[in-house]
Design a protein around this ligand. Structure first.
Ligand code: GLA
Length: 387
């Protein structure tokens, strides 16, 4: 595959003496800790082995040339004009990353880049963060001797999403894509940015990714609305507990404070955040102990809360998680990522995965009129140059 990408690269940009390098930036799933990475909570994602490949070479033309095997649109961006343009569509992500890399005092320069991604489109597996980190690492390797700290690239990716694209996302996706580790989940404290790797051993079970094939458009979604609802909740809670900076600073003993929030939906959002943060800590303990049954139960609780309290699931995710959780050999299933369509995950007995798919697939299709896709992927490394 990589060889054919290099052939495509040369066909597109021509051959010369400058060195061609190859990169891979993963996609991610989040095991648990949903919609709390912008509330100072803990999250527990993994990088997976599908993602975005990049073939790149320096040029002396002061241009970033971009093309993708997945998109028709390609283009040339002048390094003197790193600005958002609607017509640049997907290329706005690379443009933003390059702009902020420079703004933060690093080197940039001309590059020819060809991209190929095997993340299902609009699936909520974070193709945009995967692209951001890919471009960040390409610029890092070619123009900064690989010396930009990965955490700085993570922050640049997030900044691109927030300031350049205009979606107020948290830091989870860029974090795991930048720093993920093969066969490990990562417990990230989104407040302190401390992190810890956990051996991702599900014993005789497997993660199955459940793609609803219902496209999720983050920009159009209620994501920003949820954030402002949480700001509202925090504003009220701060009046009743001194010294809190984030909703996730609150624990079980503080739940009575929610009484002060009059609007039910705002109260529910805060309740989800506090309880989800508690579940993440329990999930990390369960995984460490090898108690996969318990982990599965926590996934189901998380999903119920995202459906009923945070209200970010929608009919497609609800259908696929409902049928998954009905199946005997499924330890737990829930939505993953932003929600509103996109993907779920399920922990399924390894020897029952085919049966699981045969059970869920027709029921889901009958209910929604859409055929789901079931993806299995190993837990992989974060973004890197590859050989
Ligand atoms: C998207 C965002 C993340 C996070 C999740 C929900 O993937 O990019 O920052 O908020 O949604 O947990």
């Amino acid at each position: 595959m990589i060889d054919s990408l290099i052939t495509d690269f040369i066909n597109l940009y021509g051959d010369n003496d400058s060195e061609i390098k190859k990169f891979f930036s993963p996609s991610r799933i989040n095991i648990i800790g949903e919609h709390i990475d912008y509330l100072g909570g803990k999250v527990f994602p993994c990088a997976i082995e599908i993602g975005t490949y990049g073939i790149a070479r320096k040029n002396d033309d002061n241009l970033i040339r971009l093309a993708s095997k997945n998109m028709d649109l390609k283009g040339e961006i002048s390094l003197d004009e790193l600005v958002y343009k609607d017509e640049n569509d997907w290329m706005n992500y690379p443009v933003g990353v390059v702009k902020y890399i420079e703004e933060e005092g690093n080197n940039i320069g001309g590059l020819d880049i060809l991209i190929y991604g095997n993340i299902p489109n609009g699936s909520g597996l974070s193709s945009s963060s995967s692209l951001e980190l890919l471009i960040g690492e390409i610029v890092n390797v070619f123009y900064n001797d690989g010396k930009i700290d990965k955490l700085d690239l993570v922050k640049i990716g997030k900044r691109t999403e927030n300031e350049f694209i205009g979606v107020n996302t948290g830091i989870m996706d860029q974090f795991i894509i930048g720093l993920g580790k093969k066969d490990h989940a990562m417990l990230i404290d989104t407040n302190s940015l401390d992190y810890e790797y956990y051996n991702f051993d599900l014993k005789d079970n497997k993660i199955v990714i459940l793609n609803t094939n219902k496209r999720r458009e983050l920009k159009d979604s209620k994501y920003n609305e949820r954030r402002s609802e949480c700001d509202k909740a925090l504003e009220i809670l701060k009046k009743h507990k001194e010294g809190i900076e984030n909703i996730c600073d609150l624990g079980k003993d503080d739940l009575h404070l929610l009484e002060h929030i009059e609007e039910e939906n705002i109260r529910n959002r805060a309740m989800h955040a506090i309880m989800e943060n508690i579940r993440v800590k329990k999930a990390a303990v369960a995984l460490e102990k090898g108690d996969i049954e318990e982990l599965g139960k926590l996934l189901v609780e998380s999903n119920d809360s995202l459906r009923d309290l945070y209200e970010v699931t929608g009919p497609h995710l609800d259908a696929i998680t409902k049928y998954s959780n009905e199946f005997q050999g499924c330890l737990g299933a829930r939505m993953t990522g932003a929600g509103f369509g996109g993907c779920g995950i399920a922990i399924v007995k390894e020897d029952m995965v085919d049966e699981f798919i045969d059970y869920v697939s027709p029921k889901y299709e009958k209910e929604t009129g859409i055929r789901a896709e079931f993806i299995s992927s190993n837990v992989g490394n974060g973004v890197a140059e590859i050989s």
